[in-house]
Design a protein around this ligand. Structure first.
Ligand SMILES: [Zn+2]
Length: 398
């Protein structure tokens, strides 16, 4: 991933594949990358073990998840594959409000245990950094509970977790209008989050049946004044969100299934990272976001899982990225960039996602002698060794 363009298309021919390579790690960072024999002589490091036929890549980064939740929506899913619409499921008491109800009822330890399992499952498939949103609490105490759960897992788990406040997911039933609820987030929830440093990012779901573009823009501008960076659930079913993301110079605009040329151009002009979520398309049986078009327009494109109990229950970022690359005709380099250094940009960080001197030594290795096997196996070839901050944390037996 070194020396690749930050934005726009990446032909595989520009990707540097190093054979017989080595990495020198010091204090959790990459100190050097180069020819194995040369590094061995130069640094005089003892070789404890020789790994043969391995492909080493940066650890994967999932820039968009909702894996802090209680309960399951398996019942909804069974209805959905019978052909019952999302609207009908919602009317029968399913949908997002059922997850809100279960998450509110869940005690701290139960929510923590359930979230921890998903974090570990994700790490085990090579995700060394993951973003996790709140957004199933929708009240001061429940949003705080979710963010505290995520932060406390971050303190003890190996992968690094970044939190985002998504109190503006949908309007909770106890509020009668959006404006009052958005004001409540600004005056009651965000100051507490800021004071306790529970999150530095704010997200909002801009959609016909969630929040409208104009009120969302005002909300994000106020959150930015409070010191939060902005990200947006944009253009999933209807347009409007990407233009708001561009107007407030958000860090990222995520979803974009319904984005048109004008929306994509606005994101490129304002350097907003475009995040596509193939897992949501698979979960909802809808078209993928126009990833090829977004890249060709010159955007920085990241791919994330959107792992959540409703629309994207699978949660396997590599399978989803591999399928997206095939349907949207993304090159290997573009696809892996989307879940490594370009995903870092979606989170406003640039200290990882590339095997280069000075970057975090977050690395994964695949049991193969050909990097192309990774996408060819459509996500079923999993990493067998995973390093976080230079420490080998997972080593699976063959
Ligand atoms: Zn989402």
């Amino acid at each position: 991933m070194d020396h690749l363009e930050r934005k726009g298309p990446i032909p595989d021919s520009t990707m540097k594949i190093m054979e017989n390579g080595g990495v020198i790690i010091e204090d959790g960072l990459i100190r050097d990358v180069g020819d194995f024999e040369k590094l061995h002589k130069e640094y005089k490091v003892p070789v404890e073990e020789i790994f043969t036929s391995s492909v080493l890549t940066p650890g994967f980064i999932d820039a968009h998840t909702h894996i802090c939740y209680a309960g399951s929506r398996a019942k909804d899913y069974a209805q959905k594959i019978q052909g019952i619409t999302y609207q009908e499921i919602l009317a029968r008491g399913g949908g997002i409000y059922s997850t809100v109800e279960k998450t509110r009822k869940s005690d701290y330890d139960t929510l923590k245990n359930e979230t921890f399992k998903r974090v570990n499952q994700h790490f085990n498939s090579g995700i060394t950094t993951m973003e996790i949103k709140s957004g199933y609490g929708l009240s001061l105490s429940d949003e705080i509970k979710m963010l505290e759960v995520i932060n406390s897992i971050n303190e003890t788990s190996t992968p690094e977790l970044l939190t985002t406040c998504l109190a503006a997911h949908v309007r909770p039933l106890e509020f009668n209008d959006n404006e009052t609820y958005l004001d409540y987030i600004i005056t009651d929830i965000l100051p507490v989050i800021k004071e306790r440093d529970l999150s530095r990012r704010v997200d909002i779901f801009i959609e016909e049946n969630a929040f409208q573009p104009l009120e969302s823009q005002k909300f994000l501008e106020k959150a930015q004044i409070l010191g939060f960076s902005a990200t947006v659930h944009a253009d999933q079913f209807s347009r409007g969100g990407a233009l708001v993301a561009a107007a407030v110079s958000a860090t990222s605009a995520d979803h974009l299934e319904s984005s048109q040329d004008e929306d994509i151009r606005a994101l490129v002009d304002k350097n907003v990272t475009a995040v596509v979520l193939p897992g949501a398309s698979l979960g909802l049986a809808m078209d993928f976001a126009p990833a090829r078009k977004i890249l060709d327009a010159g955007a920085c494109l990241a791919i994330a899982s959107d792992w959540n109990p409703g629309s994207a229950p699978m949660g396997d970022l590599l399978i989803q990225s591999a399928l997206l690359s095939n349907f949207e005709k993304l090159t290997f380099a573009e696809t892996v960039a989307g879940i490594t250094f370009r995903a870092a940009y979606a989170l406003g960080i640039d200290d990882r996602g590339i095997l280069r001197q000075g970057k975090l030594a977050d690395m994964i290795s695949f049991p193969s002698d050909d990097y192309r096997e990774i996408l060819y196996n459509q996500g079923m070839l999993k990493p067998d060794m995973i390093w976080k901050n230079g420490n080998l944390k997972i080593k699976k037996s063959q």
